[in-house]
Ligand binder design. Structure first.
Ligand code: ADP
Length: 161
C-alpha cells in the first residue's frame, strides 16, 4: 500500500481533520500529517504549537507522523517517497479549489495522485476558521476539537472559549 501525505494549515487541528487522518491511516501504510510552515494566512498558532496539538490529537494512530514543511507539497511528497496527497472535501465549495490544486499538482508531479476523502456529515460545517471564531467569542468548542485543542484555545482566548 502506498505512503500518503495529508497537507494543510491545521490552525488548529479539529475533529474533521482527525477523522480524515484516521481514515487515511486505514487506507495507507503510512500517513505524514504535514503542517505547512508558511501559509499565506494569519495564523493563531505558531508552527511548533500546531505540531504539538496535532501530535497529541493523533497519538493513537501508530502509522501517522506529524511533520512541518516549507516547500511545494509535491516536492515534499517526492522527498518522502509518498505516492498520494490526501485532502478532505466538505461542501461543493471545497471542490473547485481542490480541483484547481490537484490539477496544478498533477502538472508539477504527474506521478503523485490526489485522493479526496469526503467529510463525515457531523463535521461538514467544521473549519479551523469557525473553530477560532467560536472560541474567540467564548463559545463551546468541545464537539469541534480534541480536548487538548480546547484547552489551547481557552489559553489563547480566556473565559469559557
Ligand atoms: P488548507 O489551508 O490547506 O485549506 P486546512 O487546515 O484548512 O488547510 O485543511 C486541510 C485539509 O483538510 C483540506 O483538504 C480541507 O479541505 C480538509 N478539511 C478541513 N475541514 C474539514 C472537515 N470538516 N472535514 C473534512 N475535511 C476537512
Amino acid at each position: 500500500m502506498p505512503i500518503a501525505i495529508y497537507p494543510g494549515s491545521f490552525d488548529p487541528i479539529h475533529l474533521g481533520h482527525v477523522d480524515i487522518t484516521r481514515r487515511a491511516a486505514q487506507l495507507f501504510d503510512h500517513v505524514y500529517f504535514a503542517i505547512y510552515d508558511r501559509p499565506n494566512k494569519n495564523l493563531l498558532f505558531p508552527t511548533a504549537e500546531r505540531i504539538t496539538l496535532a501530535e497529541e490529537a493523533l497519538a493513537d494512530l501508530k502509522n501517522v507522523t506529524v511533520i512541518s514543511y516549507r516547500e511545494l507539497t509535491v516536492d515534499l511528497a517526492k522527498r518522502l517517497g509518498a505516492d498520494v496527497i490526501v485532502r478532505g472535501l466538505r461542501a461543493i465549495s471545497d471542490f473547485e479549489w481542490e480541483l484547481q490544486l490537484a490539477l496544478t499538482n498533477r502538472e508539477l508531479a504527474p506521478n503523485v495522485e490526489v485522493v479526496c476523502l469526503m467529510t463525515r456529515i457531523e463535521y461538514a460545517f467544521l473549519s479551523s476558521t469557525i473553530v477560532k471564531e467560536v472560541a474567540s467569542l467564548h463559545g463551546d468548542v468541545a464537539k469541534m476539537v480534541p480536548p487538548n485543542v480546547e484547552i489551547a484555545l481557552k489559553a489563547k482566548f480566556g473565559g469559557e472559549g
